[in-house]
Design a protein around this ligand. Structure first.
Ligand code: NAD
Length: 302
C-alpha cells in the first residue's frame, strides 16, 4: 500500500499501533489535535489537525488506501461536547475516504455501542445496537455510517468494538473485558491485511476465559488473540472488593458506563473500580470474602 492515515495517533492506543501501521504502507500519515509524538518513525508524517474540520482534514486522505480512525473524546460527556470530535469527525473520515478513493476505513468502535446488553446474555455480533451513553451512541452512529458507505458507495469498513485495552487487567470486570496491546496490534493488522472485508464488526477482546461475547461471525478476519486475563485472576480476586449481584457496573457489558447518568463521566467509575482493586480497604478481608457473583464466573454454570 502507498499510504495509511491514522487519526488519534497521539492517544494511548494510537501510540500502540503506529509502528504496526507504518509497516503496512510506504507512508503513514499520523493525525492528532495534539502535538507530534517524538520521535516520528522513518516513513511517518505528522499533521496536527482537528478531524472535525473537513477543510483541514479532508485533503490529508488524498492518495490513501486506508484510514484508521481512532480519534475521539474517550469518555461520556454532554452530547454537545461529543458532537464535533465523536460524531462529525467520523462523518469526515468516511466522506474524505469516499472523495479521495480510499478503499477501507478501520474504526475504533467500542463495547459501549452495545453496553446495555446483559453481560450474561453472551451476545454475538448480530446483537442490535444498545448504547449506554452519548459516547456509545456515537459509536453506533459511526458503525451505521460505515455500513451505509459500504452499501451505497462501496467503501469497506472494519469496526473494532474494543473493550478494556490496557497494559494489564486492572479490575475484576477486566477479567472478562481485557484486550492486551499485543492482541490490539494483531486485531488492527488483521483488519488491514484481510483481502476483502465488506462491512464487518468484531469484538476487540483477548482470549479471556471469562470473555462474555461471541466473535464467531468475524472468524473470516482470522483474529486469534493470544493473551488471557485469567493470568491475573488470582491476584485480582485477592484484592478487589466483591461487587453486589445487582451492580450494573458488572451486570451490563458497558460496566460503569451503563449506570452513569447521561452526560456524566463513565471513566471515573472505571478508575474507582480499578483503584479499589489495587488498594483494598483495610476491611478488605471481609469485602473480598466469598464466591464471585455468577456474572463473573468462568461459565454461566459455575
Ligand atoms: N482505551 C480503550 O480501552 C478503548 C475502548 C473502546 C474504544 N476505544 C476507542 O479507541 C480510540 C482510542 O482510544 P484511546 O484509549 O487511545 O484514547 P485517547 O484519549 O488516549 O486518544 C484519543 C486521541 O484522539 C485525539 N483527538 C480527540 N479529538 C480529536 C479531533 N477532533 N481531532 C484529532 N484528534 C483528536 C486526542 O488528542 C487523543 O490523542 C477511541 O476512538 C476510543 O473511543 C478505546
Amino acid at each position: 500500500m502507498k499510504k495509511i492515515v491514522l487519526t488519534g495517533a497521539c492517544g494511548v492506543l494510537g501510540m500502540q499501533i503506529r509502528e504496526t501501521l507504518a509497516g503496512q504502507a510506504e507512508e503513514l500519515v499520523s493525525v492528532d489535535i495534539q502535538e507530534a509524538p517524538d520521535p516520528l518513525l522513518g516513513n511517518e508524517r505528522f499533521e496536527q489537525v482537528d478531524v472535525a474540520d473537513m477543510d483541514a482534514f479532508g485533503p490529508l486522505v488524498e492518495g490513501a488506501d486506508m484510514v484508521v480512525h481512532f480519534a475521539a473524546i474517550v469518555d461520556e460527556r454532554p452530547f454537545e461536547d461529543l458532537l464535533g470530535p465523536n460524531y462529525i469527525s467520523s462523518y469526515n473520515v468516511w466522506e474524505a475516504a469516499y472523495r479521495h478513493g480510499a478503499r477501507r476505513v478501520i474504526y475504533a468502535s467500542s463495547v459501549h455501542a452495545v453496553g446495555m446488553h446483559e453481560t450474561m446474555s453472551g451476545i454475538g455480533l448480530d446483537a442490535p445496537h444498545r448504547p449506554d451513553t452519548f459516547y456509545g451512541l456515537a459509536k453506533c452512529f459511526a458503525e451505521d455510517l460505515g455500513k451505509m458507505y459500504w452499501d451505497k458507495r462501496g467503501i469497506e469498513a472494519v469496526c473494532l468494538r474494543i473493550f478494556s485495552c490496557t497494559s494489564e487487567p486492572q479490575n475484576l470486570r477486566a477479567l472478562q473485558t481485557w484486550l492486551s496491546y499485543d492482541d490490539l496490534r494483531q486485531l488492527v493488522l488483521r483488519a488491514v491485511e484481510a483481502p476483502v472485508t465488506g462491512f464487518a464488526t468484531i469484538f476487540g477482546i483477548s482470549n479471556n476465559t471469562r470473555a462474555p461475547i461471541n466473535n464467531d461471525k468475524a472468524g473470516f478476519l482470522g483474529f486469534k488473540p493470544q493473551d488471557n486475563a485469567e493470568d491475573w485472576a488470582e491476584a485480582l480476586q485477592e484484592t478487589a472488593p466483591r461487587p453486589a449481584p445487582d451492580d450494573m457496573g458488572f451486570t451490563r457489558l458497558g460496566g460503569p458506563f451503563a449506570s452513569v447518568p447521561l452526560g456524566e463521566s463513565g471513566i471515573a467509575g472505571i478508575k474507582a473500580m480499578s483503584a479499589a482493586a489495587a488498594e483494598p480497604e483495610p476491611d478488605g478481608a471481609t469485602a473480598n470474602a466469598g464466591k464471585l457473583p455468577k456474572f463473573l464466573s468462568k461459565k454461566p454454570s459455575d
